[in-house]
Design a protein around this ligand. Structure first.
Ligand code: ADP
Ligand code: ZN
Length: 217
């Protein structure tokens, strides 16, 4: 299965893709996680992308495409892949077409008010990147990751000003890609969230059922 997981910031792309990874044994390439790790390491790439990531702006296409190619090259032959956070622009989608045989889009539809609530209370593990929420998806011990005991922190781009900017970029530049893929008849699985504290497992099960129907599990 070659998939992209698609949705606004805070829709739950990271949360669902890590769960699907466990269930399906697929590889997940999460652009935001890759960039944050590079920023933390202060690598050459990290220095280039730091200001964009912290301000919630898009990293230039040339850089993102290059990074994606490097990560795709490391995926074992025949393994399933979920892309999280790519493509985000039409240019990226066009490049993807030349390097990735997309089978399915997993679309997460979440109303803006839920997104804003979630992002402003989101916490991320410094060590493994696992995502929590101080109100809706708590870690067992406050401030500590369940999986690795790492310290939880709030992303710089999860401040209310930057959240608004990221949502606008999604509206303007990323969500139009759905029309693009619709015209290409790429199969679409839509998962709709209407209740803020829906446990991720519920939606993951629904997605798995839909994927089974498409014979992709
Ligand atoms: P979000 O919660 O906004 O979906 P991500 O963790 O996926 O966050 O991405 C964080 C940041 O990394 C983005 O705001 C952007 O600066 C950068 N980024 C990630 N993916 C891309 C991409 N495909 N194109 C450009 N910038 C990207
Ligand atoms: Zn952790």
């Amino acid at each position: 299965m070659k998939a992209i997981i698609f949705g606004a910031p805070g829709a739950g792309k990271g949360t669902y893709s890590t769960r699907l990874k466990t269930k399906l044994g697929v590889e997940v390439i999460a652009m935001g996680d890759i960039f944050r790790a590079q920023v933390k390491e202060n690598s050459e790439l990290g220095k280039k992308v730091k200001s964009y990531v912290e301000k919630g702006a898009l990293v230039p296409d040339e850089i993102v495409v290059e990074v994606l190619k490097q990560h795709l090259a490391k995926v074992p032959q025949g393994a399933g892949v979920i892309l999280d956070g790519f493509p985000r622009t039409l240019e990226q989608a066009k490049t993807l077409e030349t390097i990735f045989e997309l089978d399915v889009i997993l679309l997460l539809e979440v109303p803006d008010w839920i997104i804003i609530e979630r992002l402003s209370s989101r916490r991320v593990c410094k060590n493994c990147g696992a995502v929590y929420n101080t109100r809706f998806l708590k870690s067992k011990v406050e401030g500590i990751c369940d999986k690795c005991d790492g310290e939880l922190y709030q992303r710089l781009d999860d401040s209310s000003e930057v959240i608004k900017k990221r949502l606008k970029i999604y509206q303007d530049q990323t969500s139009p890609l759905l029309v693009y893929y619709k015209e290409k008849n790429v199969p679409l699985i839509t998962s709709i969230t209407t209740v803020i504290d829906t446990p991720p497992e519920t939606l993951v099960e629904q997605m798995l059922e839909e994927l089974e129907k498409l014979k992709m599990t």
